[in-house]
Ligand binder design. Structure first.
Ligand SMILES: [Zn+2]
Length: 352
């Protein structure tokens, strides 16, 4: 994907193209933002932009996609295994880390001019798995940047990078894609039908990567059944709540999707309860959600959203047992009206 074709990151694209067109591009960029929103595509798009020799209407602002540099860089963007362009170098983890030997191999070339292109572009993907030695070696080069090399470091976890490395890079912040942009992109670039894109995009939380992963996800396929079962359980019916938790637990690895679905459901219920005239995420279930929301006041629904947030933190930070955590979550969500004060604290009890 060429940089000007990137969807949903206009500010970043504008900053990079302006810098390139005016010859003020920084020697090192840090592309930070959530997984799956297009940082990697943007890095290759940038590599094409700075090296394009094609005939275009706006030189420096748009890459042609067809010249000898663009074509090979686009090949690399599409296929992570390809090493199609001698001046575009990628550092990717060998095992769990990017090792010092890999970094040295790349840095050895840096003092020399690029082989064919105007700029050598080194893409570190992701930069948060650089080992300590590797990070320090890279830092030295970033402190004394070679004139015809550009570094692009990618990360979804900027906190995991050395501050010294971050301070040497110009930061480009990639946000989550708005639902509409994600839907258009799934339809235009990935050939999805619009109805499917509209159903999955909100759960994917603005990430193309997450949407693609959800496409064949058994939980998404089972969304109708999960929602119908959840909405059909009477308040305080512990047994049915536990049964549903067990059923959900059988779908290994899709816990986050379920939590996302339930969170959307609670938000929908809150919107309905407050009478906000807005399209619901589970719009097709509006009558059932309206009936369900009718049992609880707005503050009870907010308490349930809070429980859900705590569950998410528990799983992410304390690595709580997923099956037990899901059971507790469902029991809290299905508690009779008025019992939220007690239930809201349940998921924080144990690190299991
Ligand atoms: Zn070109």
């Amino acid at each position: 994907m060429l940089l000007h074709e990137l969807v949903g990151h206009d500010r970043v694209v504008r900053a990079l193209t302006q810098a390139n067109a005016s010859g003020t591009a920084h020697h090192a960029y840090l592309f930070q933002g959530p997984e799956g929103v297009g940082k990697r595509q943007a890095a290759f798009g940038f590599a094409a932009l700075v090296n394009c020799v094609g005939d275009v209407a706006e030189p420096g602002r748009v890459a042609c996609g067809k010249c000898r540099h663009c074509r090979r860089i686009l090949t690399m963007a599409a296929d992570p295994e390809a090493t199609a362009h001698p001046d575009v170098l990628t550092l990717v983890p060998d095992g769990r880390q990017i090792k010092i030997a890999q970094v040295r191999d790349v840095l050895r070339m840096v003092p020399f001019p690029p082989i064919e292109a105007r700029f050598r572009v080194v893409i570190v993907d992701p930069a948060d798995v650089l080992g300590e030695e590797a990070a320090n070696a890279l830092l030295k080069t970033l402190e004394e940047p070679p004139s015809r090399t550009r570094f692009v470091l990618l990360t979804s976890r900027p906190a995991a990078l050395l501050t010294t490395i971050k301070s040497r890079c110009q930061r480009m912040v990639f946000g989550r894609l708005p639902d509409e942009a994600l839907i258009d992109l799934l339809v235009a670039r990935h050939g999805w039908d619009r109805a499917q894109a509209e159903r999955l995009a909100p759960v994917a939380d603005g990430s193309v990567g997450a949407a693609l992963a959800l496409e064949g996800d058994p939980v998404m396929a089972a969304r109708d059944e999960i929602m119908a079962r959840f909405l059909g359980i009477a308040p305080g019916d512990t047994l049915e709540g536990l049964k549903l938790a067990a059923w959900i637990s059988e779908h290994a690895g899709t816990r986050d999707t379920i939590i996302n679905l339930l969170e959307r459901l609670l938000r929908d219920a809150l919107l309905v309860r407050l009478g906000v005239p807005q399209r619901l995420f589970h719009e097709d279930l509006r009558p059932q959600i309206t009936a369900w929301a009718g049992r609880y006041g707005a503050s009870a629904l907010l308490a349930r959203l809070e429980v859900l947030g705590e569950t998410r933190r528990g799983l992410a930070v304390y690595n709580t047992n997923p099956r037990l955590t899901l059971e507790r979550l469902l029991l809290a969500l299905l508690a009779p009206p008025g019992a939220e004060g007690i239930q809201a604290r349940v998921p924080t009890f144990g690190i299991l």
